[in-house]
Design a protein around this ligand. Structure first.
Ligand SMILES: Nc1ncnc2c1ncn2[C@@H]1O[C@H](COP(=O)(O)OP(=O)(O)OP(=O)(O)O)[C@@H](O)[C@H]1O
Length: 303
């Protein structure tokens, strides 16, 4: 992205992200924005909705740098979609999965210094029950792990999701899911349904490893009646994205997804609680512009 001296930019900071990680880094991040030619206005937000409003009120084509986690980034993306502002994801959260998946530096200062070499790519936005998301919408065992991780008292960084997953293994009981993808319905008993846009969650789990943000499609990955060792194996393999060929894992791509379950379950998106099933998930192709490095892993052919 080319910049001219004194160019306006917003820096949105979630003081709660990463249990204080964003707060720790915002001053150095603002200074780095100055160094690359911006005159940033900093907003330390009061809540998630403020990220949406601030990004929605930004000038079209202006930079909105988002220092927070996946949930905060998703909220800002919802606003940038309305204004036409260009988003920069800065890792200030616990998992920072979408920032990682886009291929950006995890050090916010380094990411800002890389701006002159970044490109503004058109990125799809997922919408689950009316709420926009960039990364993954998920329901089942992984959503329970997310919920239990959010309740952890200790500051565990990305390990918070591992902690949540271990706790969830003892609590989860398989459910009967009905999943419709572009009109084709499948019912199965199992562990989870994850709908990927950027496709990564949980601090490094590439649950939908073939997901691209520029294909106008969602990658739907389900896990059926695997044993506990089978589930653990799947999650371990998902760090490398090699789990799709595993028994009980199914993968289908489409633009509209409906999910129901045999008992009340909550669906999460970008690590945030959306609400209860049923869920209707769709994709808005090329909905917003996001800064990415050339050769970003979620643009162009993946697998
Ligand atoms: N002042 C605030 N501004 C914005 N969000 C806030 C604020 N206080 C608490 N939150 C909560 O922060 C959560 C979003 O956190 P965020 O995604 O930025 O970080 P994280 O959960 O630590 O990281 P990750 O999602 O990458 O694992 C939301 O649930 C939101 O309600």
């Amino acid at each position: 992205m080319s910049t001219s001296p004194g160019e306006t930019a917003l820096l949105l900071v979630n003081p709660a992200s990463g249990r204080g990680r964003a707060l720790k880094h915002w001053e150095a991040t603002a200074a780095a924005l100055h160094e690359v030619g911006f005159a940033p206005t900093v907003h330390i937000t009061e809540n998630l909705a403020e990220a949406t409003t601030r990004a929605a009120n930004a000038a079209a084509g202006s930079l909105v740098a988002v220092l927070g986690g996946d949930g905060f980034l998703g909220a800002a993306a919802a606003g940038a979609r309305e204004s036409g502002a260009v988003l920069l994801a800065l890792a200030g959260g616990s998992g920072n999965d979408t920032t990682r998946r886009l291929g950006l530096a995890l050090d916010p200062v380094k990411a800002v210094h890389s701006i002159p070499g970044l490109l503004a790519g058109d990125v799809d936005l997922g919408i689950v029950n009316g709420r926009p998301f960039l990364g993954v919408a998920n329901v089942g065992f992984d959503a329970l792990a997310n919920e239990l991780g959010n309740r952890a008292r200790l500051n565990l960084g990305p390990l918070v999701y591992l902690y949540g997953g271990i706790k969830a293994l003892w609590q989860w009981r398989n459910v009967s899911f009905t999943v419709e993808v572009d009109g084709k319905t499948r019912s199965f008993v199992g562990w989870l349904v994850a709908v990927g846009n950027a496709g990564q969650y949980g601090g490094g789990l590439r649950i939908a490893p073939c997901a691209r943000v520029d294909d106008g499609l969602l990658d739907v990955v389900s896990l059926g009646t695997a044993s506990i060792p089978g589930v653990v194996a799947m999650f371990l393999r998902s760090y490398r994205g090699t789990h799709l060929s595993q028994r009980h894992v199914s993968f289908v791509r489409g633009s509209e997804v409906r999910i129901r379950a045999s008992k009340p379950l909550n669906i999460y998106a970008d690590g945030e609680l959306v609400g209860a099933l049923p869920a209707h998930i769709r994709v808005l192709p090329a909905a917003l512009k996001v800064l990415v490095p050339a050769g970003s892993p979620v643009f162009g052919p993946t697998c």
